[in-house]
Design a protein around this ligand. Structure first.
Ligand code: HEM
Length: 415
């Protein structure tokens, strides 16, 4: 099973170091899908860490690939604006989706504050019991000695249940959240949607569904779910329908794809690193440092983009006002100048939270503690039941330069 993958890795390495630097375009979804991005980013970090790509499917853009430069861009929001979009792909003008991750202060700050209590210490403590109970139920239903898809049975199910809880969403319809999450970030090339029109039609179904829930809750006593929080707060109660949909999709994608791919990526990393898996079996207390290492290793969101509001010199290059700047977290997390042995998965790293996967600055992930808690509970419950879960086939990856993820991973729990 390793041979095909290693041939592909070898030819990617040869291509990465022979292609003229000016032609290097990191936005190609196929390189993420076949997991051959690594030597391309390695070369950029070494030879051209702030790299201009003049032509791509998404127009011209800068690639920022080193840890420290990414940190500079992410924490200098006065210069690098999120307004209007946070992915390399430009937002569709005919289908605008305002959301607070794609806004600058002061509106960003006001809206973020509305939903922040979802991860207050009291709420997290309450959620812990619910997550543990649901995780156990999912594990109790898994087949033993049979091959099954870990993504569908565990990663998707668990994160979708979590989201349904955060929204207080009708339980029996919860897989709609999974679908809307996938559709929200899908391109036509992903195979998930038939056309852009079909994508927008599905998202409007999402809007209609959530509008019903809003109408039920806006005149009721304020609940502790995300919809009630938005319906009862000054900064969000007067949002237009597209802004409501935008913020919903932010919370759905934010809470879904990311944690889902950390759940899958962690099991994959342990299978690819049997020495680390053994360490974990011998000392489950390592879960606390393993979880942030999984999040670094997987880097579930490959990039975030900004637009320069003024000329700015970064790494000796002049970024001009109006330029598109892409921070490749997936590369910064493998930067040998900032992280010791970055290409190794090490579950007892001394500083495991030294990674970029949650971003930095005013947009730093609002759900990071919740995500970590979910993963800690997951691994605690796995280690109580299943000392080993075996990978049966190489995983299938998503065609996307934004969601760095896995669509299918066949595994077996030995009898
Ligand atoms: C391992 C799991 C997760 C990863 C890797 C992740 C990653 C990220 C990243 C990279 C950002 C943007 C940071 C920046 O621009 O500097 C972000 C923002 C955000 N995330 Fe997460 N996330 C995860 C889980 C969650 C969860 C569980 C939720 C909650 C439901 C969530 C909600 C959000 C929200 C609301 C924002 C926007 C924050 C803002 O603009 O102020 N995320 N996340």
């Amino acid at each position: 099973m390793a041979d095909g993958a290693s041939d592909l890795a070898k030819s990617a390495r040869a291509e990465a170091y022979s292609i003229p630097l000016g032609d290097l375009d990191m936005s190609l979804g196929e390189r993420f899908q076949d997991d051959t991005i690594w030597p391309f980013f390695e070369r950029l970090r070494q030879e051209d860490p702030v790299h201009y790509c003049a032509e791509s499917e998404f127009g011209p853009y800068w690639s920022v690939t080193r840890y420290s430069d990414i940190m500079t861009v992410d924490t200098t929001h006065q210069v690098f604006s999120s307004e209007g979009g946070i992915t390399i792909a430009n937002p569709r003008e005919e289908f605008p989706l305002p959301m607070f991750i794609a806004m600058d202060p002061p509106k960003h700050d006001a809206q973020r504050k509305v939903v922040s209590p979802i991860v207050s210490p009291t709420n997290l403590a309450e959620l812990e019991g619910i997550i543990r109970e649901r995780t156990c139920a999912i594990f109790d239903a898994l087949p033993i000695g049979e091959t099954f898809d870990w993504v569908d049975r565990v990663s998707i199910e668990l994160t979708t249940q979590m989201l349904a809880t955060l929204f207080d969403f009708p339980w029996e319809d919860r897989r709609k959240l999974t679908r809307w999450s996938d559709v929200a970030t899908a391109s036509e090339k992903s195979g998930l949607i038939e056309s852009e029109e079909a994508r927008q039609a599905e998202l409007m179904e999402c809007a209609a569904y959530f509008t019903r829930l809003w109408n039920e809750r806006v005149n009721a006593e304020p609940g502790r779910d995300l919809i009630s929080m938005m319906a009862h707060a000054d900064a969000t109660r007067d949002m237009g329908p597209m802004e409501y949909l935008g913020n919903l999709l932010l919370l759905i994608v934010g809470g879904n794809d990311t944690t889902r791919n950390s759940i899958t990526g962690g099991l994959l990393a342990l299978n690819q690193n049997p020495g680390e898996y053994k360490k974990l079996r011998e000392n489950p207390a390592l879960i606390a440092s393993m979880v942030p290492e999984i999040i670094r290793w997987q880097t579930p969101l490959a990039h975030m983009r900004r637009i320069a509001l003024e000329d700015y010199e970064l790494g000796g290059k002049l970024i001009r006002k109006g330029d598109k700047v892409v921070m490749w977290y997936v590369s910064g997390n493998r930067d040998e100048d900032s992280i010791d042995r970055p290409d190794d998965f090490i579950i007892d790293r001394p500083r495991p939270r030294h990674h970029l996967s949650f971003g930095f600055g005013i947009h730093r992930c609002a759900g990071n503690r919740l995500a970590e808690m979910q993963l800690i509970i997951l691994w605690e419950e796995i280690m109580k039941r299943f000392p080993r879960i075996e990978l049966m086939e190489p995983p299938k990856r998503i065609y996307s330069n934004f969601i760095h993820g896995i669509t299918e991973m066949k595994v077996r729990i030995p009898a």
